[in-house]
Design a protein. Structure first.
Length: 360
């Protein structure tokens, strides 16, 4: 099969993954309006390309929270990578390190944080946290991640309860018995693990902004909050001292009919006024989507499902293929859009001048 663009990997994953795994990866909440809107919204943005600008040398490296990355794409946290490939998150970590990008490992990884770290020593990794009712379990996870060299703590704010994903309900989705959310095994030993193959009712829906102070007391890692969609919450995030914001609607898997993330990005970036870094995920499927997100103020974007499709295709190698295609497409879009200032062709000069919203 010739893999030319990310949807080729999607087609492959749909064809070859067991239906229950494919449905879980693809799921959106309710009618999937927001899931689909994440993609459509990119198509309403048009470029304002500039010509004759010497784009013979392009520098696509950038920095997030002080760490250099090869290009402004990272891997969003997604659960259960062994559903896509037997080595699971170990393969993800290796591919991310090979491409010199950031991988956010999920609380719901099917490999332990120790296994992930050992698979790709020295790679840039952040740890994504769901806060559990069992606070001691969450505290241990944060401290384990910090001790293992994870360089950021990503608090997911949009999942007090799981959204209603109809196909998962129809399929009675749960992890197969040989897969485990290994990071939680010790803390929830003896529980029945009946919800998705997770300890039931274990997430804490009473989490508030004040818990950011609790997290701050546990770790020196920068805290990045994931799931922000409004200027009001962006302002609160800054006020509570986070170092980064990921504009995200969880790939449209939580509240249906909220905004597409690329639309929400504009409002969040305006509210933040450069005080913290802003990233975005949801619906990024082409290099030109990356360019649009950067033009609208994101420092970096993160991909969720496309990483799983790459893993499903060929593990670490397949994920690297996905990332390489995205990297090449991003570089090409940047060159074809034309650099704005005459002296340097780097991501730092990407700005709002590059895009306009189409009336389509
Ligand atoms: C199968 C799947 C599992 C996910 N698991 C998590 C998770 O464990 N933690 C989390 O913060 N977000 C999770 N997300 C949301 C992603 O981090 C991200 O916000 C979303 O996938 C981005 O949209 P995209 O898939 O269109 O790129 C998950 C998304 C998918 C599709
Ligand atoms: C009970 C919550 C299950 C969530 C599993 C991981 C996740 O975030 C997802 O979107 O799926």
């Amino acid at each position: 099969m010739s893999m030319v663009c990310l949807s080729d990997f999607e087609d492959y994953a749909k064809k070859y993954l067991p239906k229950i795994a494919w449905d879980y990866f693809a799921a959106g909440a309710d009618d999937c309006t927001t899931r689909d809107e994440n993609i459509l919204a990119y198509k309403r943005i048009r470029f304002r390309p500039r010509m004759l600008r010497d784009v013979s040398v392009m520098d696509i490296r950038t920095k997030i929270l002080g760490s250099e990355i090869g290009f402004p794409v990272g891997i969003a946290p997604t659960g259960f990578h062994q559903l896509a490939w037997p080595d699971g998150e170990k393969s993800t970590a290796r591919a991310a390190r090979a491409m010199n990008i950031c991988y956010i490992a999920s609380t719901y990884s099917t490999c332990t944080l120790e296994e992930i770290s050992a698979a790709a020593p020295g790679g840039l990794r952040w740890f994504q946290l769901y806060i559990h009712r069992n606070r001691a379990a969450s505290q241990q996870l944060v401290q384990r991640a910090e001790a293992l060299g994870f360089q950021g703590l990503v608090l997911t704010a949009d999942l007090p309860y799981s959204g209603k994903r109809r196909d998962d309900v129809r399929n009675g989705f749960r992890l197969p018995p040989h897969m485990k959310v290994k990071n939680l095994e010790r803390a929830f030993e003896g529980d029945d693990w009946s919800e998705y193959g997770l300890p039931p009712n274990s997430l804490d829906p009473s989490v508030t902004w004040n818990d950011i102070y609790w997290l701050r007391s546990l770790t020196r890692l920068p805290i990045i909050i994931k799931g922000i969609l409004t200027k009001e919450d962006a302002e609160l995030a800054v006020k509570h001292g986070v170092q980064g914001i990921i504009v995200s609607n969880h790939g449209g898997r939580q509240l249906d009919e909220g905004p597409a993330t690329i639309d929400a990005l504009v409002e969040v970036v305006e509210a933040v006024r450069g005080r913290v870094e802003v990233y975005v995920d949801g619906g990024i499927r082409k290099g030109s989507d990356v360019l649009k997100a950067l033009a609208l103020g994101a420092k970096c974007v993160f991909i969720g499902r496309p990483a799983l499709w790459g893993l499903a295709y060929k593990g670490e190698e397949g994920l690297q293929d996905v990332l390489r295609i995205l990297q090449d497409e991003f570089r090409l879009s940047m060159a074809l859009a034309g650099k704005y200032f005459v002296c340097c062709a780097s991501v730092s000069e990407i700005g709002q001048h590059l895009v306009q919203f189409s009336r389509l």
